[in-house]
Design a protein around this ligand. Structure first.
Ligand code: ATP
Length: 231
């Protein structure tokens, strides 16, 4: 087992054309199995940081290491494969495929990653188990994602992130569209799933009431030196 899930070294990221870098993170580490709550004002760079860790964006300088892999050493295709195999992501915009059923959306990572399919075992049963915990009925599972409410889509995105036990789960405001009861059920499932497989969790939220349920709470400004320049 690796001792570090994410290591950022001398990371710098500037959006094209921007006068100032958005992120300058000298050094950050998320330990294996650690569950971190990350918060910060709107526009401070949380989603950008998650996109760099997911390998969706590439840093302008510095290194992003996930598990034992330096993402900068991977070609675009290998990075996509690495992400599918090892990282479960709940994007702020969910990124569901609208014409696929909710069940097929949840199962999608298992189609892209044989290792994840193998870890899931019976994929259809894994879909039903996660959906059950998130109060998604079989009728909802059969519907195209485009015909679900925003909160239902968010729960589908959460189940998709968890299927096949990824070693790292990244969640960007994953409870913003849920009512209190479903928010609680979702968080309980997320924490339990991560604990049961020893996965690390990087959870971004504005809702500081949730922070106490995590191993560590950090504000992005504590990690990001660029924040000192722009503040
Ligand atoms: N595609 C893009 N091109 C250029 N600038 C961008 C792009 N996406 C985000 N930014 C800028 O990068 C900065 C950080 O944005 P980011 O979405 O990471 O913030 P955030 O902390 O996640 O905000 P929120 O809490 O509102 O989701 C902002 O100033 C934003 O305007």
């Amino acid at each position: 087992m690796t001792s570090s899930a994410v290591t950022l070294s001398a990371l710098r990221f500037a959006w094209p054309g921007a006068a100032q870098p958005c992120l300058e993170v000298p050094d950050f580490r998320l330990a294996a199995g650690e569950r971190l709550f990350l918060h910060g004002p709107s526009g401070s760079g949380k989603t950008t940081l998650l996109s760099l860790i997911a390998g969706v964006l590439s840093p302008s300088a510095g290194r992003v290491q996930v598990l034992d892999t330096d993402l900068g050493t991977l070609s675009g295709r290998r990075r996509d494969r690495f992400r599918a195999e090892h990282i479960g992501i709940v994007f702020q915009q969910f990124n569901l495929i609208p014409y696929l059923s909710a069940a097929d959306n949840i199962a999608l990572p298992c189609r892209f990653s044989p290792a994840r399919a193998q870890r899931a075992g019976d994929v259809a049963a894994a879909v039903r188990r996660l959906a059950g915990h998130l109060d998604l009925s079989s009728e909802l599972l059969a519907r195209p994602a485009a015909e679900l409410s925003v909160g239902q889509q968010q729960r589908v995105a959460a189940a998709r992130a968890l299927i096949g036990a990824p070693a790292l789960v990244i969640a960007d405001e994953p409870t913003s569209s849920l009512d209190a009861a479903r928010q609680d059920a979702f968080l309980a499932l997320l924490l339990a799933e991560c604990t049961s497989v020893g996965a690390s969790l990087l959870f971004v939220s504005h809702d500081l009431r949730l922070a106490g349920r995590f191993d560590r709470c950090a504000e992005l400004a504590e990690l990001n030196r660029a924040a000192e320049v722009t503040a």
